[in-house]
Ligand binder design. Structure first.
Ligand code: ADP
Ligand code: MG
Length: 246
């Protein structure tokens, strides 16, 4: 077997962000190695989504640094950074009146400057990868939630990102549809994509991640390899959290 292509590493250092008086991130360090997966777990409101939004500069941090492959990206145009990072949300936000193929081809056409034919060919290849080439001409509404989320993943991948972010990508899905999306995410991880995954799926965090980060109230309380973190939590806060979710 050939070695999978390794995507970029990403490091956030001492990230701070406040909304008014609300100090949402209070000095967060997070890292993903090239080709590795870091999962972020923690209670609702702990700042996980905000952390992802800061890392792709939808919010500018008040303090701290963000580096890809060891080089700070804070001086770059944020649009350039966002093209290097693919993002998948809880709600997939596909264009309802466009075909599945157009949904995936639109970004490459507009932002990567591909011709219509090139973008369609690239989109079809991505749809094949997520097992949905046969749905290329369907409208999103005619797909299950799990299939729509796989289209959203194909759409992000079509931009050829170096790193993928997932923010509770399976939280809005019916339980029977969760598995297929998690399996696709696990495949991507195994294929060498760098990924930061905010998730409530502790099974995924444990079996797929190289590193797990536990956040609470805007700080990283614990970080480590999954088995150590889950089997031997060092803090009351993580113990309490795990007892609630496992
Ligand atoms: P999590 O994803 O862990 O549930 P969030 O990052 O969504 O947590 O939210 C953390 C805190 O930041 C919450 O108190 C939330 O109200 C606040 N917050 C998030 N986004 C904004 C925003 N755009 N403006 C003001 N406050 C926000
Ligand atoms: Mg969130």
């Amino acid at each position: 077997m050939t070695e999978p292509v390794r995507s970029g590493s990403l490091t956030g250092t001492d990230l701070h962000l406040s909304f008014g008086q609300n100090r949402v991130l209070r000095g967060v360090d997070v890292h993903v190695d090239a080709g590795a997966t870091t999962s972020v777990i923690g209670p609702s409101g702990s700042g996980k989504s905000t952390l992802l939004r800061v890392l792709n500069r939808l919010h500018e941090p008040d303090r701290g640094d963000i580096a890809i492959d060891g080089r700070s990206v804070l001086g770059d145009n944020p649009d350039v950074l966002r093209q290097r990072i693919g993002m998948v949300f809880q709600h997939f936000n596909l264009f309802p009146h466009r075909t599945v193929l157009d949904n995936v081809a639109l970004g490459p056409r507009k932002l990567r400057g591909l011709s219509k034919d090139e973008a369609h060919a690239a989109a079809l290849a991505q749809l094949e990868l997520v097992g949905l080439a046969h749905k290329a001409q369907s409208r999103p509404a005619n797909l299950s939630g799990g299939q729509q989320q796989r289209v959203a993943i194909a759409r992000a991948l079509a931009m050829k990102p170096e790193i993928m972010f997932f923010d509770e990508a399976t939280s809005a899905l019916d339980p029977e549809l969760v598995k297929g999306v998690l399996a696709l995410m696990a495949d991507l991880a195994a294929g060498g994509m760098s990924m930061i995954v905010v998730t409530h799926e502790m099974g995924f965090a444990r079996t797929v991640s190289d590193t797990v980060v536990f956040m609470d109230a805007g700080v990283v309380v614990e970080t480590g390899e999954p088995d150590a973190l889950f089997d031997d939590p060092q803090t009351d806060r993580l113990q309490t959290f795990l007892s609630q979710v496992l």
